[in-house]
Design a protein around this ligand. Structure first.
Ligand code: NDP
Length: 685
């Protein structure tokens, strides 16, 4: 269907495998610049209980049958398919008040998050359905009872309640880790901009890439949805602190201990260093960053800079620079290419922000901008939700309250002066927990003091200086690989952070038992588990033939003094512990000259390698190498090499095999232990 041609139109929810319209026409959603209706929204009549059950049963089951790599492949294909449709999303995005640059953050930023998770999933997760967390914990001396923490997908559904400011990114940044974990989702976008989310969900469903039941959409109120959540479900919320608190204390969420992640108000701070006086590169970068954060998405970003903390001596010059730059921000209808900042998302938001500016004015004076008289290049100044950037100055931030408590969710920031680094930290902390803070300094001592002071109160801290100026991703950009969320006022939640975000949708379980049984559960061989030695050399076996526990016990090899001498001169490693008997004896760890650790590893390879061409294609690394017992001249080495983990790669002729490599001496003591990582062909040639 051509969504654009039918505007304004009634949005539909996608539940139980079909698109359904609400029982009534519903509320009109207006174009932020012109006030013209874009769509109508209503969800009355939707059977929310049935939607939850459908997602859990159908979507959950299908996703859990897939491996991490299969789910990652699904995310990649989805990201690519959406990227092809991006212009359609951009076209509709202007109605939300977003310029092309704003739309990029939302649309391509969101799709990029899918692609980032796809790549992380393939590179950092095994091609299996269970994730191991940490090492084996040995619980007995004889290896007969051990434990392993595992993570498995929740068997419920994730409910994502999103804010109006990022109709695409807000959805996709949550779906990527949810789906990678193997959990289905219901998305509830904020009504104001739900038409863009609805369009994107239509395009997602049309790809046919997601198993049925994986993704459902509610356009409009969630009705009694939350009454039916259970202990295997997860609810995430982004929006106002008031709604967040209300949902967090919902009866069903409390009674069923439902995981609840909240991202609410955040009075993010940017600190200008004491060293960054006017005329320095850091001062100029700071000015640019504050202006960017005030104007991108018209300041409607949870990470925007609300509090500008600057050395008292630089404050006047800073205000002057900010005022000049902000005055150049061309405000108007984002459909107009010359416009740099669009309107707020709605007239309600405009009134809300004006009210919050009045609150802030108790502590601070307006030094740039006029909240009541918008000056626009295009769009309807009275019907559109326009607001030129407003800069305030609070001279006594140490005794002020509103500037640290009130979030004006628009192009609004307050400059506040400080005298010492301690004071700067104290002011930032008065925000009572934020998503992000930035520090602009070229002084390592200032960076250390301020960043360590800010860290416990923030989910992310960015240091800006001349060196990173070109490559920096900026104060306001949450990245898929970094955590996003903050303590206290910011909601106490955490999202993204690469694979960390996937684990939020999984249950961590400590599994205890005998090693053979534990290995069967985890798909990873461990010391003490059943092994199969004596057959064909495991390097002769293809991926299809290998099994966990296939083992090689090698012949013995003596380490002679000549070997140590030869290795030392050949490699140039003539460290005294290998070359000088007296000096080695004086070392607290050795009783005399010892073999190089790398000589042991090299001899071990010489013992276990099967030289002829075969299924083993390459050795691409070792993990967790430890030298545990010194090897003296005359000692004898032997290797036990065991197939530990097999990871076939999707869409490739090979996969990865992890081998447990245990090198022992003539006494049976382990001298070195590590994992050998190899690429192995799926079949024999
Ligand atoms: P709300 O808290 O009103 O809404 C956020 C989301 O919650 C929307 O999807 C909304 O749906 C939904 N919602 C509202 N009430 C309920 C309910 N009882 N049960 C279930 N879902 C509900 O925030 P707004 O989006 O209206 O924004 C208001 C203010 O919140 C902003 O001005 C800003 O100060 C702050 N905000 C902060 C953000 C941040 O990350 N720091 C992000 C966005 C907003 P619906 O739209 O249909 O009501």
């Amino acid at each position: 269907m051509n969504v654009m041609a039918n505007r304004p139109r009634r949005l539909e929810s996608y539940v139980g495998g079909t698109w359904v319209a609400g029982a009534s026409e519903g509320k009109a959603l207006l174009d932020a610049s012109t006030g013209a209706p874009v769509a109508f929204i209503d969800s009355t009549g939707v059977d929310f209980k049935a939607a939850l059950a459908y997602g859990r049963d159908k979507g959950g089951l299908a996703l859990r049958r897939m491996s991490f790599h299969e789910r990652a492949g699904m995310l990649k294909a989805l990201g690519q398919a959406l990227m092809e449709k991006k212009e359609e999303f951009y076209a509709l995005s202007t109605a939300t008040g977003a310029t092309r640059a704003d739309g990029w953050v939302d649309i391509e930023g969101g799709i990029g998050t899918l692609l980032s998770y796809a790549s992380k999933g393939r590179r950092e997760l095994p091609n299996s359905r269970v994730l191991l967390d940490g090492d084996i914990e040995q619980l007995s001396k004889d290896d007969s009872f051990s434990a392993q923490h595992i993570l498995s997908p929740l068997q419920g559904i994730a409910i994502h309640i999103n804010a109006f400011n990022f109709p695409c990114w807000g959805m996709l940044e949550k779906l990527a880790p949810t789906f990678l974990a193997g959990v289905p989702a219901i998305v509830k976008p904020a009504s104001q901009t739900a038409y863009l989310t609805e369009l994107m969900v239509r395009r997602i469903i049309e790809t046919g890439l997601l198993p049925e039941g994986t993704l459902q959409l509610v356009c409009g109120s969630v009705g009694d949805l939350l009454d039916h959540v259970g202990g295997q479900d997860a609810v995430t919320f982004t929006g106002s602190a008031a709604t967040g608190r209300q949902l967090k204390t919902h009866k069903a969420i409390i009674e069923n201990s439902v995981r609840f992640t909240m991202e609410a108000d955040s009075l993010n701070a940017a600190v200008l260093g004491l060293d960054a006086a006017p005329g320095t590169e850091e001062f100029d970068l700071f000015v640019k960053e504050v202006v960017r954060e005030m104007t991108v998405k018209s300041g409607q970003k949870c990470t925007a800079i609300r509090r500008v903390i600057a050395p008292r001596a630089s404050s006047e010059a800073l205000i002057e620079s900010l005022r000049n730059r902000l005055a150049k921000t061309i405000v108007g209808n984002p459909a107009d290419e010359a416009v740099r900042m669009g309107p707020l998302a709605s007239l309600d938001q405009l009134e809300e922000v004006r009210a919050r500016i009045r609150d802030l004015s108790v502590d601070a004076e307006i030094v740039a901008g006029d909240p009541d008289h918008p000056s626009v290049r295009s769009g309807d100044a009275s019907a559109g939700a326009f607001l030129n950037p407003v800069l305030l100055y609070c001279d006594k931030p140490g005794s002020a309250r509103a500037v640290h408590d009130v979030e004006a969710f628009g192009p609004v920031s307050t400059v506040m002066p400080y005298d010492t680094a301690d004071e700067a930290v104290d002011l930032a902390r008065r925000g009572k927990g934020s998503l992000v803070a930035s520090v602009f300094t070229n002084d390592p001592a200032f960076a250390e003091e301020v960043v360590l002071g800010l860290a416990p109160f923030h989910g992310r801290v960015m240091i800006g200086n001349r060196v990173s100026a070109k490559s920096s991703t900026g104060h306001g950009s949450p990245l898929p690989v970094l955590v996003h969320g903050g303590p206290g006022r910011a909601g106490g939640g955490e999202e993204l952070g690469g694979i960390r975000g996937v684990k939020h949708y999984m249950q961590r379980t400590a599994v205890q038992g005998a090693p053979t049984l534990l290995s069967a559960v985890t798909g990873r061989w461990m010391q003490g588990a059943q092994a199969y030695a004596g057959g064909e050399h495991p390097f002769r076996k293809s991926l299809a033939e290998l099994k966990i526990g296939d083992q090689l016990i090698t012949a013995n090899r003596a380490v002679l003094l000549e070997d140590i001498e030869h290795f030392a001169h050949f490699t140039g490693d003539t460290f005294y512990a290998h070359m000088d008997e007296e000096a080695a004896k004086a070392n607290p760890f050795f009783e005399g000259r010892v073999a190089h650790g790398y000589l042991i590893v090299s001899f071990a390879a010489g013992l276990f390698v099967d030289p002829a061409p075969g299924p083993v294609l390459a050795n691409y690394g070792v993990d967790n190498l430890r030298f545990l017992t010194p090897v003296s001249p005359g000692d004898t080495l032997q290797v036990q090499l065991t197939c530990k983990e097999i990871n076939p790669r999707a869409n490739a002729e090979h996969g990865e095999v992890r081998w447990d490599c245990n090198v022992t001496n003539q006494m049976g003591a382990t001298v070195a232990h590590y994992d050998v990582l190899t690429m192995v062909a799926k079949t024999r040639e």
